[in-house]
Design a protein. Structure first.
Length: 93
């Protein structure tokens, strides 16, 4: 299983990183890697699409705490543990 690279929220990056990191770069990496991995039999879980839809959720341009991160974790767990669901209304400690 491969988790694709998330989007880069350029507006939140420190000035010195803006020239090094950008969403087009992470998108290009995913676009190049995903077909190769799939051909090798590796499942690909897309993390880019959801993070690119919520650039405001990234305080540093790279990490997505809160709702985006929670959603990614839930998708990963559903992929790894199909049929296993958290009870409605329960909370992780």
């Amino acid at each position: 299983l491969w988790l694709s690279v998330g989007a880069i929220a350029s507006r939140a990056l420190p000035a010195w990183k803006v020239k090094l990191l950008h969403s087009n770069l992470s998108r290009a990496f995913n676009d190049a890697a995903a077909p190769l991995l799939r051909r090798a039999g590796v499942s690909v879980l897309d993390m880019y699409t959801e993070s690119s839809a919520h650039p405001e959720a990234s305080p540093d341009g790279v990490h997505y705490p809160g709702a985006v991160s929670r959603s990614h974790a839930q998708r990963l767990l559903r992929q790894l543990l199909p049929g296993c669901r958290r009870a409605e209304g329960s909370r992780e400690s």
